[in-house]
Design a protein around this ligand. Structure first.
Ligand code: PMP
Length: 410
């Protein structure tokens, strides 16, 4: 039989392939440092206690409407809550004008928000180029490729110093980017490097975007998860929004990590206009709805029900903030433990970057050969780039991992 298809194999997604390989590995000391999911010190998933509480309350309420369709733009009360969390409007009814600048719709988590935003810009702005950091989350390449927008990269990582290459980024955007180009920025906890601009640098990036008329597209996948503070992790987005009201921008917002709702696919996309005009905002929402309708009709509602329950109750919000602290502090303490072990072993090289980086990942600086050796000899799984998901470390395995790293770098 012949097929009418014209298909050639595409490489499997590295993270999911690695996860599979880990799953079938029977070695008792295997360690997964691949996929970016939170794990407890026992290596188990951690449904957030506040999420479990909200779920119980939702079940008890047995709302007959809870499996019904929502609106195309998503669950109506969820949308302003997501927006207020991102832009810092919680409890500020006085900000009506600022709110009128933001068109919000519900998406299929952060991936869907990135995708919808790319598609929307491809249809309605037709940017010549999108600038992605080098390196970036691999899916950014795929998403913008599927949207048909040519991709270029700006330097982000300085391999020899294992630091953020701010000067490289700025000069590349200054010299090579053109008016109307999209610049993709990670709102916090840059994936994969764990290196974020400081506030001064964010201010300079905003100024550059404004002066060169570049279009910022923020990807916010770790709000509250990175530092433990939802304000701190939203600083850059909120700064661009308030300090540069003449600038338009997009924000893709994920609730996967900060609520531990990975498979529930909770997210939102925000298009920020440069004037407080509810009619412009409404026509943006209306066009986003057109794209949503043709693709998935509306975002899923089980996860948003949980997020709504939490964000609409002051006591639950407090508990959520405490849960965020639990996750971010465990990750921080594992960074410190790994660093301390490597120092104790006098492992060749410098390792301070492990404690200096933010969020879920450490860009270890390990080479491809060393990454393969960790997998083949020690059953420790990390990405080929040397990115390690710190949440896979625990008090029990950190010495084993450090010893293995020590061995492969010598
Ligand atoms: N952007 C970045 C940079 C990410 O790391 C992630 C999560 N891996 C996402 C977006 C989106 O994740 P999700 O679709 O699960 O919300």
């Amino acid at each position: 039989v012949t097929t009418r298809l014209n298909v050639a194999p595409v490489p499997p997604d590295e993270i999911f392939a690695l996860n599979h390989a880990f799953g079938i590995d029977t070695h008792p000391q295997k360690v997964s440092l691949g996929v970016g999911v939170y794990r407890t010190d026992d290596g188990k998933p951690w449904p957030l206690p506040v999420v479990q509480k909200a779920e119980k309350e939702l079940e008890a309420a047995s709302d007959a409407f809870r499996h019904e369709y929502t609106a195309i733009e998503g669950d109506a009360p969820f949308l302003p809550m997501a927006r207020d969390l991102m832009f810092g409007f919680e409890g500020k009814p006085s900000e009506e004008e600022a709110k009128a600048r933001i068109a919000t719709v519900q998406t299929v988590a952060g991936t869907g928000a990135n995708h919808l935003g790319a598609l929307f810009l491809a249809h309605h702005m037709k940017p010549r180029t999108v600038w992605l950091s080098n390196p970036s989350w691999a899916n950014h390449m795929t998403i913008w490729e599927l949207a048909g927008i040519p991709r270029k990269t700006y330097p982000y990582y300085h391999a020899s110093t294992r630091a953020f290459d701010f000067d490289g980024m700025m000069s590349s955007l200054e010299n090579d980017a053109e008016e109307g180009d999209v610049v993709l920025l990670h709102a916090c906890a840059h994936n994969p490097t764990g290196l974020d601009p400081n506030k001064e640098q964010w201010i300079a990036i905003a100024e550059l975007c404004e002066r060169k008329k570049l279009f910022p597209f923020f990807d916010s996948a770790y709000q509250g998860f990175a530092s433990g503070s939802v304000e701190e992790d939203a600083w850059a987005v909120r700064y661009f929004f308030t300090a540069k009201p003449d600038m338009e921008m997009c924000v893709a917002q994920s609730f996967s990590k900060n609520f531990g709702l990975y498979g529930d696919r909770v997210g939102a996309f925000h298009y920020v206009t440069n004037r407080a005009s509810s009619s412009l905002r409404d026509v943006v929402v209306n066009n986003l709805c057109h794209l949503i309708r043709g693709e998935f009709s509306m975002g899923p509602r089980a996860g948003t029900a949980i997020v709504k329950k939490v964000l609409s109750d002051e006591a639950l919000v407090k508990e959520w903030h405490a849960d965020l602290k639990v996750m971010s502090s465990r990750i921080r303490s594992m960074r410190e433990a790994l660093y301390a072990e490597l120092v104790r072993l006098q492992t060749p090289g410098t390792w301070e970057h492990i404690v200096q980086q933010n969020g879920m990942f450490s860009y270890t600086g390990l080479t491809l050969k060393q990454v393969y050796a960790l997998k083949d000899q020690y059953h420790i799984y990390l990405l080929k780039s040397g990115r390690a998901s710190i949440s896979g470390l625990s008090k029990k395995n950190v010495a084993y991992v450090a010893q293995a790293i020590d061995d492969v770098v010598r």
